[in-house]
Design a protein. Sequence first.
Lengths: 290, 574
Amino acid sequence: MVSTSDSKVITTDYGPAMAIQWCPGCGNFGILSAMRRALLELQLNPSQVLMVSGIGQAGKFPHYMHSHVLNELHGRPIPAAQAAKIVNRELTVIAFSGDGDAYGEGGNHFISAMTRNVDITYVVHNNQIYGLTTGQASPTSDLGFVTKTTPQGAWEPMRPLAIAIACDCSFVARGFSLDIEQLANIFKAGIQNKGFSLIEVLQPCVAWNHRNTYDWYRERAYKLDKDYDPTARTKAFTTALEWGERIPTGIIYQKSRPVYEEHLTAIKDVPLVKQPLDPMQFEQLLNEFM
Amino acid sequence: MSAEINFMIGGEAGQGVQTVGFILAKSLAREGLDVFADQDYESRVRGGHNFFRVRASDTELLALAEQLDVLIAIDQNTVEKHRNEVKAEGVIIFDSDKLKVEGGKPNSLNVPLEKLAQETTSNKLMANSVAIGAAVAVGGYQFKLLSQVLQEQFAHLGEDLVASNVRAAQAGYDYALKNRPELVRQPIKPVKSNHKMLLSGNEAIAVGAMAAGCKFIAAYPMTPVTSIMEFIAPRAAKYGIVAIQPEDEIAAINMAVGAGYAGVRAMTATSGDGFALMTEGFGLAGGTETPVVIVLGQRPGPAVGLPTRTEQGELKFAIYGGSGDFPRVVLAPRSIEDAFYITVKAFNLADKYQMPVVILTDQHLASSLQTVNKFDLKKVKIDRGELVSEAEAKNITGYIRHKFTESGISPRVMPMPGGPLVVTDSDEHDDAGHMIEDAATRTQMMLKRMRKIDGLRKEIGSPRYHNKPNANVTMIGWGSTYGAMREGASILEREGLSVNVLQLNEMWPFPATAVTSVMSAMKRNIVIENNIAGQLAHLITAETGIKPTSNVLKFDGRPFSPTYIADVIRKELA
């Protein structure tokens, strides 16, 4: 049962709402644990949270939690998530996508949302492969990666976190699904960040990606130094481009920027969803045409 | 017999044709006359040929007219293209320093537009105001009618420019009166002074949406609907509305769905190709039972087609578009007044039946202006259907978003802190909103969604039917062609030819019973449409089993005029 907003939130409040369909050993389980931990530590009641997701294995994520859920189309969670936040700022809005959903199908929304800077958190499960459709190359597949659709090897991969920094995204981080503690801390920081937070999670696909395995990521993923300065944009850009022998994790970039919804006069005082509807207030508007 | 006067202003894009046309239309509307104005423009910012027609009458007007009394030619092209449309006793206003107009009939009124502008305001750019002044003089109207409108329209430019425009217009007015008094007409006066609104189809939709409580619009600019967003955006802060121009139409529809899911009345507006991008989100709204209103302003396709022109080529697209089957409503306003009230209805149906509603308009309706009786806000009733209030929602336990009900409609709750969890999915889902795969639940959920159509059918209004006792033929049309159909029928009536008019405006669910009863009573049924395929004719046959006698199809990107319709029907019946 779901807690009311004034009682203490406990672990079991976060579901799962239905039986989990991911493969045993899927990297998504670590993300689920980390997200539960983050919400618990933030004491966010399920009804305070709206989870919006796309299609792919990541798209199922909200069903394995407890929250308000809008499971969107492939590539489209971000437009809906931004709109929901704009019309009701009392909700904590978190969106979920895979690498194909976020960077491929939803690429235009991804770039525009980071520039627009609505106060939502975007978790991208990056396993460098299409899992739900059973093993095709994704925008982040490594160069030369042979898949069903790339028999001669995948072409150049995208570096989405560098794109994020180019967009001056207000929070850019990467976690690894095996490091639940670090990931939970990143989630907390991202949710608390005022603005659009992009969190990419390295998340091995045990069924279809036999190249970028747990061991592969474990050997390469490293935590950024304690003295790493995430506000230094040029350095952050270089860090975001780093991929191969070493893959940085942690908060790569953070920038305090004006939040989109704060410039909207209509929602300055009362959320749009709570504003009364009164046709009679438009009499003056009609007079504009007289 | 009613009296009317028809003006046209023509010139290149960027020469102020639209501004002059609007000021003229507004001045005549202020006089208390009924006005219908239509625009013809090219897809370019400078050059080419644009025109703006203004028709004014002492009785109600429903459509455009092609025969002109006064032609204001800003460029030579206007003279060449439209000279033949000017009646023999009509007048062409032009500047002989720039243009050449042969003498004889129609009359030519040479006004040194730029010279007078320069003399009175030291600004040649005021030439258009000089021309409007001359046109108002020829119409026989008082100058103060025009000066008031000029003051209002240019107020935002500051006092100096307002004064200059008025001086320039006065110079043109005086020049015409002094030099060519024989061309000045007896002014047409309103039978009863009836102060009306003058607005476009797009403005009627925008105002309708605002009055209906639309709180969120996301729209990507696209002719012919851009002005809906442009009207709402500057007024959004004042009325508590969020207007967003997103990265593309896909974002626009998904934003509208996100806002609708979160609980506000939300809309988007686009044209055919934008709607093509939206069909995925259209289905999302259908499947997740999220209320959303989509304005689809048709223009000729396929692809980019004729971007600034008109067509009715997307009736089937609106009714059948999208993956799979899902219920939707398609409303096609027949006039500017109807556009306002039907928009209010669109928002109510979207909320009550929790589904997407398409307002299917076209470039002709979107950008034409008409005088209408002031909209009655008391008639705007907001009905949010089974939306549970926030206070009530907090007391609900075990909330099921897509609960199976007899009507197919499930109580809807806004996702709120402290409220029950609201779960929905683009995947097929169970009543709780969680994704499913099993055949039984799928079947049950499809039936639940489609069952909503049963209630919806009762909400769909009957088409307008204007029948004459002696008629044995019915013209059938839909949407924006109403005015031309009615006036076309009146022309034929005056010739002793009785023709009925059946005009559909609430297209889907299809009003099959009403259409069947009209059509089966008539020997000849002629379907008239602004498309090549006869989309309404097909739809009628599919939904009623009746095959229309013949089709009148026009797909040149231009709207029907009453005379065009009268001509083709006369030939059909000959």
